[in-house]
Design a protein around this ligand. Sequence first.
Ligand SMILES: [Zn+2]
Length: 138
Amino acid sequence: MPYINTAPSLLDAVIESISHHERNLGRRYYSEHGTDRVTAGQFTAEGGATVEVTALVSFAKKVRYGQDDERTVRVGASAKCHGWGCVEPSSEESFGEPVPLDAVVYDTAAAVEPHVQAARVWAQKHAETCRAQPYTGH
Ligand SMILES: [Zn+2]
């Protein structure tokens, strides 16, 4: 029987991204701003190119004088077609509202689902019609 890889849980990956960020706060050279990208699906387009769905985990810090810094995270998703010369190579990035970084991590991560679902719908639809070929480098 062939072995079939099971995709890792998206929710676990997003939770890990947020936990990793929290663990590394305050380390030297560690950026408190930035966006983590977690692959959430891949589709093969009509022309053979790959359409990739990505969950986005975006971190920010606001310095507030006289108070603790305000650290926030927001989750979202986008889809991107890697077809060479594709006429519509990416969906819009969609994000939820920023929430405090120290909010319940499961709830923060679970908010990614509707964004990823919308990006997957875009990817599926795009894959059905896109005839751009994968770029092979030659
Ligand atoms: Zn395309």
